[in-house]
Design a protein around this ligand. Structure first.
Ligand code: KG4
Ligand code: ZN
Length: 336
């Protein structure tokens, strides 16, 4: 089935065409330069830019794939969670296309998309442990099958990517913060500052990043709040702290859940030290480790098209009345 997938939950508008799980092309209109001067995503700018880029992005995708609109057999778009203005623009465009072309439509949960972004180029091996680490989420799932998700743990405050972004902003490293921190951290000493391992008493599989954010602020201001060397040392130490916190979360989960595969997705999954640490945890247990190529870690239309096609092939379409939602949990949360 040839399915168009559209992702617009935050600042990137991305569209892709998938056919039988095979990605034909993915096209993204990035807004990084629009939001960089503000040090973060400005919701109204994001949704207005989506309106400008919808049609050119679709035209470019059709041009790249040599397909025409009438060959599309199904349409999928992210409907939750995310910035509501951004979601509404993409969702409404996708639903209108489905109505005009008389094709089935499927609303896709953004986090379900991220989980399956790992399988654009790999095969799942169930059950797997799926860590989604992005600007909005640090969630750990137990996945027994497509559509079967149990939430084992999550951050109780900031998401990992949000913490990277805030610390980068504090030190004037630009936006988005994750890639900037990773880059400067290469010149820093990861042992220069000690970031305590977060402890969430309520649930050993939960984590927290707001304490690390406060610690970074104190280290930065306490040492004079300037200098490339200080920036590099704080970046390297903070990054090591995040990697340790996520590694502990995953290790604890693997002790209770006998996964065949460890999967990491979301923008923070671009981070090389995190990928290396999780790959080592999987290797120690002789299980597969899967992380998408970095271009499919960050938000993309391909993951939405992939999930959309799977649902549409099962006949599980969504009503055209489906609305956008800023918040929506994925799967049932279980306590260990
Ligand atoms: O998945 P994504 O594109 O959007 C959301 O759904 O949030 O993730 C964006 C997040 C940002 O916070 C960004 O700083 C972070 O992913 N990120 C990284 C890296 N690349 C992107 N964090 C750490 N290291 C990176 N290399
Ligand atoms: Zn995302």
């Amino acid at each position: 089935m040839l399915v168009l997938g559209l992702e617009s939950s935050c600042d990137d508008l991305s569209m892709a065409l998938i056919h039988e799980g095979h990605l034909l092309a993915n096209t993204t209109a990035s807004q990084t330069l629009d939001h960089a001067p503000f040090g973060g995503v400005v919701p109204e700018i994001a949704s207005r830019r989506h309106l400008d880029t919808l049609q050119p992005t679709l035209e470019l995708l059709l041009q790249k794939t040599g397909k025409n609109l009438h060959e599309i057999e199904g349409i999928a778009a992210t409907y939750a969670p995310g910035l509501v203005g951004s979601l509404l623009v993409g969702l409404n465009f996708a639903k209108s296309l489905a109505f005009a072309l008389d094709r089935p439509f499927r609303g896709v949960h953004h986090i379900e998309g991220h989980l399956w972004s790992a399988f654009l180029e790999n095969q799942p091996n169930f059950p797997f442990l799926g860590l989604v680490v992005s600007g909005g989420h640090s969630h750990l799932y137990w996945v027994r099958d497509f559509g079967d998700y149990q939430l084992l743990g999550h951050t109780v405050d900031d998401a990992a990517g949000e913490a990277f972004d805030k610390i980068a902003k504090l030190m004037g490293l630009g936006f988005p913060g994750g890639p900037a921190i990773e880059k400067i951290a290469r010149d820093g000493d990861a042992k220069a500052f000690s970031f305590a391992l977060p402890l969430v008493k309520a649930n050993p599989l939960h984590t927290s990043f707001s304490g690390m954010k406060t610690a970074a602020l104190e280290f930065w201001q306490g040492k004079g709040a300037s200098g490339e060397g200080l920036k590099a040392d704080i970046a390297a130490s903070f990054q090591a702290g995040v990697v340790r916190a996520l590694s502990v979360m995953v290790t604890r989960a693997l002790a209770k859940f006998p996964a065949r595969q460890l999967v990491v997705t979301g923008g923070v999954a671009c981070n090389a030290p995190l990928r290396e640490a999780l790959a080592a945890i999987a290797a120690e247990r002789s299980i597969d480790f899967v992380a998408p190529a970095p271009r499919y870690c960050t938000d993309n239309g391909a993951m939405i098209a992939y999930v959309g096609e799977r649902y549409l092939k099962q006949g599980a379409s969504s009503p055209l009345g489906i609305n956008a939602k800023a918040r929506l949990p994925l799967g049932e949360e279980i306590r260990v």
